[in-house]
Design a binder for this molecule. Sequence first.
Ligand code: FE2
Length: 195
Amino acid sequence: MNFVREPKGIQEFLNDCELSGQNVVWRQKKISECVNVYRNNEAVKAFGDQLAYKVANQNFNRENYVKGNLQWGITYINPFTVDGECAMTAGHYHGDTDCDEYYYGLKGEGFLLFWDGKDEFYAEKIFPGSLHYINGHYAHRIINSGDALLAVAACSLPASKQDHKAIEVRPFPYRCFKRDGVVVWEKETYASDPR
Ligand SMILES: [Fe+2]
């Protein structure tokens, strides 16, 4: 019997924080594909083939979305700004708000934005070693405010059913800009839903 075995995956925490192992799938997104994410939606088109972020996931029951199936994933966000706005993920709610999540900062610096969809919103600092409990009721988005790659690990339940559409329709109340090297938070302006 093969009692002592190699682990099913390796999560580097030095260098590029690469994830490798069984059932690891990679995907990536160009900046020009990040439509309805940044305040200046036109500016994203000018970036051509430049990569916004890549994601690696290890999942042993990827297709079935069964309750309890855990996934280990890393999001690697490149450092850039779109008309001054810091690089970020689209962000999402969980369709099943019973599904919590953990994020863990591996490399770089940035923020994790939280919003309950109503009056409560805040940002937690991300840095190597920062641990972030995400209650399933809060929308969440990762922002790279640094000058280098930001790598964030997530332990999540795919059965949470990420809901990106709700954030696209009604964006987070605050946006993160970098002006002359300084991070500046700006209130979102809503045409039909003033806050
Ligand atoms: Fe999530």
